[in-house]
Write a protein that binds this ligand. Structure first.
Ligand SMILES: [Cu+2]
Length: 133
């Protein structure tokens, strides 16, 4: 391995650069942390759905109105499934033993149905959207 030859002065300068750079990074981190807490919307709610024996659990759940909600869909079956919903305007494939994450909403209050397109006889569900903010 080639060794980088630095004179003593150069290496002191490099140390100073590093510490100045470190201080700058710390200042930026503080500034962005402050910015996030002041301006960012609340973390989206997450609902985890599990598919097993071609059924969703929970098959019926509620989310607040007017905000995006993250859906994490875990497929415990050995078949590909597709979370499909005309009401929610989404289709999401999930591989056998796979996991997929996607967003729904923001939604108006009401009921929205979904199904597993490949096993629609059993894979049925409903989202109730409450009066949120
Ligand atoms: Cu489809």
């Amino acid at each position: 391995m080639a060794k980088l030859a630095l004179s003593r002065d150069q290496s002191v300068e490099a140390d100073q650069m590093r510490s100045r750079f470190g201080a700058l990074i710390a200042a930026l981190a503080l500034a962005s942390a402050a910015g996030v807490s002041a301006a960012a919307p609340p973390e989206p709610a997450t609902v985890t759905l599990t598919l097993k024996d071609h059924r969703f659990t929970p098959s019926d759940f509620s989310v607040p109105a007017g905000q995006r909600v993250r859906i994490v869909l875990i497929n415990q079956d050995l078949a590909t499934e597709e979370f499909d919903s005309h009401d929610l305007r989404t289709e999401q494939l999930v591989t056998p033993k796979g996991k997929v994450s996607f967003f729904i909403g923001p939604l108006k209050p009401g009921e929205y149905s979904f199904m597993g397109e490949f096993h629609a006889a059993t894979a049925q569900g409903k989202v109730t959207v409450g009066e949120g903010r």
